[in-house]
Design a protein around this ligand. Structure first.
Ligand code: FAD
Ligand code: SF4
Length: 508
């Protein structure tokens, strides 16, 4: 037999059973292709990051004695899409069997199913051996339930994998420490420098430019900072435990101009490309915490573990339970265009200028910047979820549809009408001011709702509630808002201010 096995760019799991032993009859196929660089406009660092990580993976496989066919983007025999490449290789080189790992994206899942049907040889798919649950687990777990509560799912994961547990009960008797984990950062001195692995990326950059791949964002050709191998990813994990974990939970929701990463791990790219597995990440962190319990409170470690075995795994389950319909959902019927300054950071609103500017510079923003600054604004301003999705899918180094769309369309835009979240994540300037120092350096006044210089978040916030009253009023978690609104004296003025801002979104 002559077997061809496909490895996609986000399937860099060196511990997969495929690679346990070498086999002369097996050829691994990896490709940099236009099909993947062009389905959305990506950040340049994202394209470089994926290609470098793929190249590193291919070299490691070859060093271990595996046979690999690697097509760089500029390879003369690169057909630039999966279907043509597979058909050509199979025909030319006489493979007798085709195998692949189940993709995490609906789009690629469809493509592969179709390709396999038309191939002249038998094909089969295996699991990626990455996630804690199968594609269908969440759907089956919540069978018959209208809402898929993350907290219920998360507790099940804690029990199933025995993480921070004391027998059947959570360690210390408490499942959730969110309440302790919402502080603003007051002391600059607590901050640590991120661990980076600087690399020169001039050649690969030239190749991408020569191919005229359209990209956004900036890159320093002398100093690319993301991890592109399992070894580098493990170093980042270790650095996280030693330096960042002690403050992770406490400042998880902080917003500040002082530092782009705060105490966040920067592990999403390593996880989403599968250079690291979620279980090894949480087990490493848990183990480190057990050894340092007297220095690190449980709130820090629980906050981190919840993100990975809770949110991340839950989002994947939602994706497979709700796609492809999920990608069309638009609960509020929003239809505005994203203002152009989302691609330049050129706005007077300091929170957005900082969060967008940082995203363009680093292909990174932390969760609260994504959710409560850019996402919050897009929702209040009534931007079409397709526009919002395209932006998030392009700009972040970790953006792959299964985790991007569930976070964006679901958690952030509430376009799913409440599958992911029980109420929309919206706020006025109050929240942004409370969480950090963005408002201290802003052209707008966070305390003003109306009039010249009033913060747009304030009037847009009430406009959002007022225009969506019918859809939201019955939600028991929101009813209170309408009682406050009804008592507000200057409703017309507030709505008028919001209308004015909505008409001049480009100039805010
Ligand atoms: P940390 O804060 O250190 O968290 C640790 C890990 O937990 C992350 O690496 C990630 O794997 C996981 N995690 C945390 N929150 C979430 C979440 N809500 N959903 C899934 N996993 C989570 N994450 C992506 O990986 N890809 C995306 O495309 C993406 N798009 C997002 C879009 C929006 C609108 C929002 C609000 C969030 C999005 N997230 C996405 C989730 C989260 O913001 C990022 O995972 C996180 O900022 C990555 O940085 P970090 O590794 O330093 O995270
Ligand atoms: Fe953002 Fe408003 Fe604060 Fe300015 S005043 S930083 S626009 S929340």
């Amino acid at each position: 037999p002559k077997v061809l096995r496909l490895i996609l760019g986000d399937q860099l799991n060196m511990n997969h059973f495929w690679f346990e032993k070498t086999d002369e009859s097996v050829t691994y196929l990896m490709m940099e292709m236009r099909q993947e660089t062009d389905y959305v406009i990506h950040h340049i660092q994202k394209v470089v990051g994926f290609f470098l990580a793929m190249r590193t993976f291919s070299q490691t496989l070859q060093k271990k004695g595996h046979r690999v066919r690697y097509f760089s983007l500029d390879h003369p025999e690169n057909r630039q899409n999966l279907k043509n490449q597979l058909e050509e290789l199979i025909q030319k080189e006489g493979f007798t069997r085709f195998e692949y790992q189940l993709p995490d994206e609906y789009r690629l899942d469809q493509i592969l199913k179709e390709v396999c049907e038309s191939l002249p040889i038998p094909s089969s798919a295996v699991d990626t051996e990455h996630f804690l649950t199968s594609r269908e687990f969440l759907k089956d777990f919540f069978k018959g339930k209208k809402t898929y509560l993350m907290e219920t799912f998360y507790r099940e994961m804690r029990r199933k994998y025995d993480i921070l547990m004391d027998g059947k009960d959570p360690l210390t008797g408490q499942w959730n420490y969110d309440h302790d984990n919402r502080q603003a950062l007051k002391d600059k001195k607590l901050l640590k420098k991120p661990l980076i692995h600087p690399k020169r990326v001039k050649e690969i950059l030239e190749m991408i430019e020569k191919a005229e791949v359209k990209t956004i964002g900036k890159i320093d050709p002398e100093q690319f900072t993301w991890p592109v191998s399992r070894e580098e990813s493990l170093e980042i994990l270790e650095y996280f435990c030693e330096q960042l974990l002690p403050n992770f939970g406490a400042y998880q929701d902080a917003l500040t101009t002082w530092d782009p990463y705060l105490f966040h791990s920067r592990l999403s790219f390593s996880l989403n490309t599968k250079m690291l597995s979620p279980l090894e990440v949480v087990q490493t962190v848990e183990k480190y915490w057990y050894a340092h319990q007297n220095q690190i409170s449980i709130a820090q470690v629980e906050g981190f573990i919840r993100q990975i075995i809770g949110w991340r795994e839950y989002m994947r389950g939602i994706y497979w339970a709700k796609m492809p319909e999920f990608a069309q959902m638009n609960f509020f019927g929003h239809d505005r265009k994203l203002p152009d300054w989302f691609w330049t950071g050129n706005t007077k609103m300091n929170c957005l200028k900082e969060s967008i500017g940082q995203s363009l510079d680093l292909a990174y923003a932390h969760h609260i910047q994504r959710l409560m600054v850019t996402g919050n604004f897009a929702l209040l301003a009534g931007i079409h979820p397709d526009e919002v999705d395209q932006w998030y899918l392009g700009i972040y180094i970790d953006a792959i549809e299964w985790v991007e769309i569930t976070n964006t369309r679901g958690m952030s835009q509430f376009a799913d009408g409440g599958i992911v979240g029980t109420k929309p994540y919206v706020s006025s300037a109050n929240y942004i001011k409370k969480q950090g120092n963005y408002c201290d350096h802003c052209a707008y006044d966070s305390a003003k709702k109306t009039g010249h210089g009033s913060c747009p978040f304030n009037s847009l916030y009430w406009h959002f509630y007022a225009r969506n009253r019918e859809k939201l009023e019955k939600n028991p978690r929101i009813g209170m808002m309408y009682r406050t609104w009804d008592k507000m004296g200057n409703q017309q003025e507030v709505l008028g201010q919001a209308e004015y801002y909505l008409k001049s979104l480009e100039n805010l």
